[in-house]
Design a protein. Structure first.
Length: 267
């Protein structure tokens, strides 16, 4: 896909929304091929990012949606969509992850806009933490959200304790997120918006990748059926078609590089 240069959007601070999802990103083996796939399937265009030459920002109607970067050849890791959570201090959050039997795989590293780290929780679900500048209008949960998040985990209650202690959920910290229980799920909430859901029942050794512990990134689309067909036409795989409790269609997809994601009907 053609990259285009856009004016840099105004930035805010991660400290203003402690514990909230603040971005989603994909590190691909072939950056150009990933841009082609997501450009054709989701209609994204791309501009150069500010985290390095091998990092681009995906745009939907000129609004930043996600990041796609090139994975360093020396890194041997599964390709996956990864949510990043805002923190006040990346070093403190990284230490909390390790203290609670999670894993910090990369970082915290310094970038031009802040500091970040790539980690995994106790069940192996990969996520990131970010301290620094952020897009003020990027948030999950509202009507026009660029992405929705669902953690598929062994025990939603235990996962909520882990993430709550790492990310300061349900604390007195200004700007922090609250949690509530709804339909057997733990729900992350801020200002009345559901930012993420944590759902039990994942199995670490399951042969089906859809039920292994992971953060499932959902991208809203106008037509789920057409998007799933386009994914197949451009080398992806439709792994599952389903309907939400609210009656919205969804499709679980795998891109040609192996990354799993879900498309869901836009509200």
């Amino acid at each position: 896909m053609t990259q285009k240069r856009e004016p840099a959007p105004a930035m805010a601070s991660s400290a203003e929304v402690i514990g909230a999802p603040c971005w989603v990103s994909l590190m691909a083996r072939d950056l150009r091929a990933s841009q082609e796939f997501y450009g054709q399937v989701l209609g994204w265009t791309f501009r150069k990012g500010r985290l390095g030459d091998e990092f681009t920002v995906a745009l939907q109607d000129d609004f930043p949606v996600a990041g796609i970067g090139a994975l360093a050849p020396r890194l041997q890791m599964a390709i996956s969509w990864t949510p990043y959570f805002a923190v006040a201090d990346a070093d403190v959050s990284a230490a909390r992850i390790r203290e609670r039997s999670g894993t910090v795989a990369v970082g915290p590293l310094a970038f031009s806009l802040g500091r970040g780290a790539l980690a995994a929780d106790r069940d192996g679900a990969v996520f990131g933490i970010w301290e620094g500048a952020r897009l003020p209008d990027w948030q999950s949960g509202h009507k026009d959200a660029p992405a929705w998040l669902l953690l598929r985990t062994r025990s939603a209650f235990e996962a909520a304790i882990f993430y709550g202690e790492v990310l300061d959920w349900a604390t007195e910290h200004p700007g922090r997120c609250d949690v509530r229980y709804e339909n057997d799920e733990v729900v992350l909430v801020s200002d009345g918006h559901v930012l993420a859901r944590l759902s039990s029942g994942a199995e670490g050794a399951a042969p089906n990748p859809l039920i292994r512990p992971r953060w499932d990134v959902h991208f809203p689309v106008a037509d789920v059926v057409a998007t799933a067909q386009s994914a197949e036409d451009h080398g992806g795989v439709v792994l599952e078609r389903r309907t939400t409790r609210e009656g919205r269609p969804e499709a679980a997809l795998r891109d040609p590089d192996g990354a799993l994601f879900t498309v869901t009907a836009r509200l």
